[in-house]
Design a protein around this ligand. Structure first.
Ligand SMILES: NC(=O)c1ccc[n+]([C@@H]2O[C@H](COP(=O)([O-])OP(=O)(O)OC[C@H]3O[C@@H](n4cnc5c(N)ncnc54)[C@H](OP(=O)(O)O)[C@@H]3O)[C@@H](O)[C@H]2O)c1
Length: 279
């Protein structure tokens, strides 16, 4: 298949380009090539490429800035997806949208199933829910959370930088999620694209932890002392956008398709850090 991968310079896009290139013809695009909020750019893109499938990883991902740049964030996440879906329908191409647990309120004690009630926790969540609505009934929606992988910045890199500087680090201990390696999510996305069945799916690494526990694991694997990492509450670490207390996603639909259990998040962090150390 000819697979158009949007957001190809982003952390998930890079992992998907690497993996999909082994079995598909991949066309990677990012904002320097085409701005997906522009009708003319999406038309130009589809006329020149004619994809069989669109893996839509591009997004406005600055969750805090989304609160103050509401129109721009909505355009980048919702309008761009609406334009892509319309273009896909015209040429009967498939589409997979990568979405987020932030479409939920985050107050569950056990985690969210695919069909649970949506109630976005912040504006970024609102924009991604609008994007989901454009895809629902036609393509695939794959929600994920707490991504890390090769790219410019992420939680693992930030923690390692602060630890290397021997700084005291306070990390919130009352938000729970499943850290997810882009390389492992790319495998899930490849499986789903090859399978083609429309629907909503949840794709994360297995297990769950708090950001504080995540930071402790990063210290331990990286060989830094975890003594300088201290737990704090969300109230002590205010951010412009509200964060969910629970980001855990249950993935029963992926299991119904007989997709094997994803690796544990600790194993994923170890593989990621090993690969950074080898660079
Ligand atoms: N990161 C997470 O923890 C997380 C959690 C749950 C879900 N997700 C979802 O997973 C997907 C991938 O996330 P990521 O962390 O890989 O994101 P990322 O690293 O920020 O990459 C997104 C890419 O999309 C590009 N982009 C933004 N607006 C665009 C536009 N109008 N036209 C074309 N390209 C545009 C960005 O360019 P610029 O950098 O120039 O803006 C960037 O290269 C996103 O859909 C995100 O919502 C992420």
């Amino acid at each position: 298949m000819k697979v158009l991968i949007t957001g190809s310079e982003g952390q998930l896009g890079r992992a998907c380009v690497d993996l999909f290139s082994k079995s598909h013809e991949v066309i990677p695009v990012d904002i320097s090539d085409y701005d997906l909020t522009l009708v003319s750019d999406v038309e130009k893109l589809f006329h020149s490429i004619h994809p069989d499938w669109v893996l839509h990883c591009a997004a406005w991902t600055n969750v805090d800035k989304a609160e103050s740049s509401r129109v721009e964030a909505m355009a980048a996440n919702a309008l761009a997806t609406e334009l892509l879906v319309a273009a896909c329908k015209e040429i009967k191409a498939g589409i997979t949208l990568v979405s987020t647990d932030y479409v939920f309120q985050g107050d569950s004690s056990t985690g969210y199933a695919e069909d649970d009630q949506k109630d976005p926790v912040n504006w970024y969540g609102e924009t991604k829910l609008k994007a989901e609505q454009a895809v629902q009934g036609y393509g695939q929606i794959v929600r994920t959370s707490w991504l890390f992988g090769h790219g410019v910045n992420n939680f693992v890199l930030t923690m390692r930088r602060l630890m290397a500087e021997n700084k005291n680090i306070r990390v919130v201990d009352d938000q729970t999620g499943s850290p997810t390696y882009t390389v492992d999510l790319a495998e899930v996305l490849l499986f789903l694209v090859n399978n083609g069945t429309p629907g909503i799916y949840h794709g994360t690494n297995s297990g769950r932890c708090s950001w504080f526990e995540f930071a402790q694991e990063i210290a331990s694997i990286s060989g830094y002392s975890s003594e300088k990492v201290e737990p704090c509450s969300s109230q002590e670490y205010p951010t412009p956008a509200k964060r969910p207390a629970c980001s855990v996603l249950k993935s029963s639909y992926l299991e119904l398709l007989n997709y094997p259990q994803r690796p544990l998040w600790q194993d994923a962090v170890k593989r990621y850090i090993d690969s950074i150390n080898q660079e």
